[in-house]
Design a protein around this ligand. Structure first.
Ligand code: 13P
Length: 250
């Protein structure tokens, strides 16, 4: 049985105080959602310490949205995986399309970040997905395959066994446009096939999350698909009620 995961990527939103309230809201409402759902909240770096404190013992895990390529040193503005992990954070989102697009993250950068994450016991949520042009040109399968081959294929089987994948079509992020449940299933199944070509049966255990305008009204239909194991939620994760309602989609 694969893990069911609903992860909230808060991106660059909320003050630390608002973030604490949001996390508390999720913790309070969680008892109304199936215990089978693993909730993860991923606030900005500045909120991590407090959010870890208020979610401790609630069953909600905390993730960061990025980490540095290096372990420590003269890298102004960067935050090391060891610093994140030392707060009690368990996950880290890596390779989000906004990081690839706006901050020039490449497979080379991501290989280093993945290594840092694993060296510090952080579980990566590795994001893949195609742009609108790539989808229109029918290249979405190849794009996702390359993003996996160039990074995930470098993991050891032990590292791979902890990995979470998120498929996020760039054209569906923050646009209100969602992939249909069929589109999601088609590419999730393909991604699993690519993973299986390298890691064999272990691919059947890898959670693959869908992300892109996922909300309470469409989550259940998408999550019902065989190869969709949950969601990576942006906008709808900023309201505890909506985030929890998405969890009820299972
Ligand atoms: P939205 O849910 O706001 O479309 O964002 C998805 C996303 O990028 C999560 O990482």
């Amino acid at each position: 049985m694969r893990k069911k995961i609903v992860a909230g990527n808060w991106k660059m939103n909320t003050t630390p105080a608002e973030g604490v309230e949001l996390a508390k809201g999720v913790a309070e409402g969680k008892k109304e959602v199936c215990e089978c759902v693993n909730f993860i909240v991923c606030p900005p770096f500045t909120h991590l310490s407090e959010v870890v404190k208020v979610t401790r013992g609630t069953g909600i895990a905390v993730g960061a949205q990025d980490c540095a390529t290096e372990a420590k040193g003269a890298y102004t503005g960067e935050v090391a995986a060891s610093m994140i992990a030392s707060l009690g954070v368990e996950y880290v989102i890596l390779g989000h399309s906004e990081r690839r697009q706006y901050y020039g993250e490449t497979s080379e950068t991501l290989n280093k970040k993945m290594a840092q994450a694993y060296a510090n016991n952080l579980t990566p949520i590795y994001c893949v997905g195609e742009s609108l042009e790539e989808r229109k040109a029918g290249k979405h399968f190849d794009v996702c395959k390359a993003q996996i081959e160039e990074v995930v294929f470098n993991l050891t089987p032990e590292q791979y066994s902890k990995l979470v994948i998120a498929y996020e079509p760039v054209w569906a992020i923050g646009t209100g446009e969602t992939a249909t449940a069929e589109q999601a299933q088609e590419i999730h199944a393909y991604i699993r096939e690519v993973l299986a070509s390298k890691f064999g049966e272990a691919a059947a255990e890898t959670p693959i999350l869908y992300g892109g305008s996922c909300k309470p009204s469409n989550a259940a239909e998408i999550f019902a698909k065989e190869d969709v194991d949950g969601g990576l939620i942006g906008g709808a994760a900023l309201k505890a009620e909506d985030f929890l309602a998405i969890g009820k989609g299972f």
